[in-house]
Design a protein around this ligand. Structure first.
Ligand SMILES: [Zn+2]
Length: 238
């Protein structure tokens, strides 16, 4: 079953490239994902997800809309609440424009922050803009990452209005694909307060169950290892 959704596991170097998932595989499951944080709406998004009994997935940056260390409490709440934390690079570049060492640093820097804040090393990575090449996949593999894309884009990050995002969820509710891997961004108040509640209601009414990305791709481990989080000190800054 996995083989049909791993869209890029062929490598001239054999097993040296990360697997890329563009869709979930668990029948009738939706994974709601939230990129580009952690940001000021994260806690409210968590409250909405928790009230609905849904585990979401957050692909976080180190220093994008805000500094990860300024949102350490909501990131801990997300992690301890059973939501999945994934990597989305330190400062959100198009990785295909960078050198090997620069790409590697983008992975390492945000991993280090995530490790400090929640005490875990993610096993899932989403490339900014969905942009990757063979180098990115090799470095992702070196970092132990599965690479995750999406098959539903709410359009929030490209400036689409709320009605447009809602229409994307209406469309999948109507066409009812077997699985949904939904891209949202936690950096918009409209996503947090309007689109998310709408999407949950719509998809739930359509009969879907909800899971994290790790669950929806077949029950993989969300983290390579877990440990105790660090304690806040003045090294927690961007
Ligand atoms: Zn992003």
């Amino acid at each position: 079953m996995l083989a049909t959704t791993v869209i890029d596991d062929a490598s001239p170097w054999g097993t040296g490239e990360a697997n890329v998932f563009s869709s979930c595989v668990v029948e009738n499951m939706v994974a709601l994902t939230f990129d580009d944080g952690p940001y000021i709406y994260e806690q409210d998004i968590l409250n909405t997800l928790n009230a609905a009994g849904i585990k979401g997935t957050f692909f976080v940056n180190g220093n994008n809309w805000g500094c990860i260390y300024d949102q350490w409490q909501s990131l801990q709440d997300a992690y301890w609440g059973g939501h999945q934390i994934g990597s989305h690079t330190w400062d959100h570049p198009d990785l295909t424009t960078l050198s090997w060492d620069q790409i590697d640093q983008e992975f390492s820097s945000v991993e280090q922050a995530i490790q400090k804040i929640v005490g875990a090393q993610p096993a899932f990575f989403r490339p900014p803009y969905g942009s990757y090449n063979d180098e990115v996949l090799q470095i992702a593999a070196n970092h132990g990452m599965n690479v995750i894309l999406w098959d539903l884009d709410s359009g929030d990050s490209t400036g689409e209005p709320v009605w447009y995002s809602e229409q994307q969820y209406d469309a999948v509710a109507a066409s009812h694909p077997n699985t949904v891997l939904a891209l949202n961004h936690e950096t918009y108040d409209t996503t947090a307060y309007q689109v998310l509640p709408y999407a949950i209601q719509k998809l739930r009414d359509a009969g879907y169950t909800f899971g994290t990305v790790a669950e929806c791709v077949g029950g993989l481990e969300a983290y390579q290892w877990t440990s105790q989080p660090g304690t806040w000190d003045d090294s927690w800054h961007c």
